[in-house]
Design a protein around this ligand. Sequence first.
Ligand SMILES: NC(=O)c1ccc[n+]([C@@H]2O[C@H](COP(=O)([O-])OP(=O)(O)OC[C@H]3O[C@@H](n4cnc5c(N)ncnc54)[C@H](O)[C@@H]3O)[C@@H](O)[C@H]2O)c1
Length: 274
Amino acid sequence: MFENQVVVITGAGRGIGAAAARLFAQHGASVVVNDLDEEPARDVADQIASAGGRAQAIAGDVTDPGFPAAIMQGAVEAFGKINVLVNNAGFTWDGMLHKMSDEQWQRIVDVHATAPFRMIRAVAPYMRDPARAELDANGEIREPRCIINVSSTSGLHGNIGQANYATGKLGIVGLTKSVAKEWGRFAIRCNAVAFGLIDTRLTQPKERGVAINVSGSDVSLGIPGRLRDRVQLGIPLGRPATPEEAAGGILLLASPMAAYITGHTLEVTGGAGI
Ligand SMILES: NC(=O)c1ccc[n+]([C@@H]2O[C@H](COP(=O)([O-])OP(=O)(O)OC[C@H]3O[C@@H](n4cnc5c(N)ncnc54)[C@H](O)[C@@H]3O)[C@@H](O)[C@H]2O)c1
């Protein structure tokens, strides 16, 4: 389904991003696997290569202002072009609003809204410019191009302890619609996927004490066990999704089946929030 297409996925060393990288590769795409952590990014790229696919790991922090240009350049050096950009990288740094620090707010808004904006701006020379050139030369655009931004039910509905994350994740919905409107005339689609509860490092029981190291400090990840059980009760399908099921939503929107879908936010939630 994605033969001859090049896909760049951020935060693809684990969880949903890693599952999406494998799935895109299984369906014929060449994949650029980014992550903050070099080793998991390399592992995912190696797994894809040993399964007969094509992948290149490019580690780096998407919130580093110079990184978006570097990864786009790296992707084009490796595979010659970019068809799909998936803005997936992210983490949570939860806390009640009245106690939330400026740094806690800013870091989360940076990774979930500012970084995707910069990534989209940085992909313009490799997506918007060639589309425009195709249009000028042939009067039509044949090459498929699209952007998928990862949002969350926390953005659509708000969530206790996640004022920072909810703001970033709803911000990206507005970003998605704006890109859809600006770049639609170049046949570049832009959609978002809002996930509910997906079984990844981000959502494991907090009691396990897992953390992400960001700029030298550890930020604790996870959902308190009791709360996680309660969240599960509100899911019509009655269970969290696997990362592979979540990745399916991303591929669906990037696929030719979604050729006339743009500016949409697809809820991949097992029915939570309906
Ligand atoms: N798991 C869920 O239930 C859920 C629900 C809604 C939305 N999401 C979103 O899905 C996306 C993927 O999360 P996941 O659940 O797979 O979590 P995960 O922790 O398994 O994977 C996220 C990956 O992003 C990487 N990352 C974090 N910050 C980065 C940065 N600055 N630069 C580059 N890479 C970075 C991490 O190292 C990690 O490998 C995130 O945007 C998350 O907010 C997840």
